[in-house]
Design a protein around this ligand. Structure first.
Ligand code: CO
Length: 138
């Protein structure tokens, strides 16, 4: 484990959430990315060495829309950087805490990611991410 990559925060509307995080809290706005496979739009903001990602659903059947319906806006997941995602996934499987995917799946910027269900991670949805070598640093 080499650090916190980002903290994911579920929001109803990026246009309402961005001004608070950028203007009142002073985080540096980086970009907005649409992730059609997850049915979300993500605003990336720099918070020192790590990032905050504001996540807005783009469809009522998005997992984030369901999360907002159930829990309201707030911290959705914690993303940790790992050096060797496949090895970490195997170690977790051996420890009886399997990740949601059998193999790493493609994430943003050429990274690979998977998730640990909160039931297997002390109530926290944990994202594990291995960044691509040479990935541009946001
Ligand atoms: Co994430």
């Amino acid at each position: 484990m080499t650090g916190v990559d980002h903290i994911g925060i579920a929001v109803r509307k990026l246009t309402d959430a961005i001004p608070f995080w950028r203007d009142q809290l002073g985080l540096q706005f980086v970009a907005i990315e649409e992730i059609p496979t997850e049915k979300v739009r993500v605003a990336i903001l720099k918070a020192g060495a790590t990032r905050v990602e504001l996540i807005e659903p783009t469809s009522p059947d998005s997992p984030i829309a369901k999360y907002l319906e159930k829990r309201g806006p707030g911290i959705h997941h914690l993303a940790l950087k790992v050096d060797d995602l496949s090895a970490r996934m195997a170690a977790l499987r051996d420890a009886g805490r399997p990740t949601l995917d059998d193999a790493p799946r493609p994430g943003a910027d050429g990274s690979v990611v998977t998730f640990l269900h909160p039931g297997n991670a002390g109530g926290v949805l944990v994202e594990l991410t291995q960044t691509a070598a040479g990935r541009p640093k946001h």
